[in-house]
Design a protein around this ligand. Sequence first.
Ligand code: ZN
Length: 213
Amino acid sequence: MHYAIITHWHWDHGDGDGWGRAAGATLIADKLAVQRFTQTIRVVEWGHSFSPVLTKDLPNSVLTGDKLLRFDGETVRIRHYRPGHTDGDLAALFEKTDILQTGDTFWNGMYPFIDYVTGGSIDGAIAAANANIAMVGARTVVIPGHGPVGDRTALVAFRDMLVSVRARVSSLKSQGKSLEEVQAAHPAAAFDVKWGRSVIDGKLFTALVYRGV
Ligand SMILES: [Zn+2]
């Protein structure tokens, strides 16, 4: 028996689903992620519309909550986050080997994308980050959705960055400032050098946070 855990619906994490099904694998995904695979979705920030996946290519083990999978001597603790980075994220802790695969609920050393179009939010992202931290120990290998392999310290730094930028953007927005005014104030400036040099820069990340506070 072969399994694949599909952490969420995004193309860079799910486009191989058809290959997995064709090879006879059981593809595990959250119920809401499976629904997203069947929809036409316009992601504004990427300027792209995603077409529905063929039924034969869809994940075929649909989770409605957390799941414990015992497999080949390993225990896999699958957590679901609604919302997180989207509205149907999974993370998987391999207890024996002490490895956490976070999907896109953790981007190591770079600002994360937050997909509001399909139900993600900054508060969901923070909640997922906290839940990830609670699952791991000092020696756990933490595999992010993007960026280099990390650890608990890197997860904590990610969570702290999310919380800090959220607080700054929320404070400015509560003063009645428009998105453009908040971006002009560079609320994420202290973090841009470390986190803003990849696909999501400080300006876009500020916009993503602004939308959710
Ligand atoms: Zn993603």
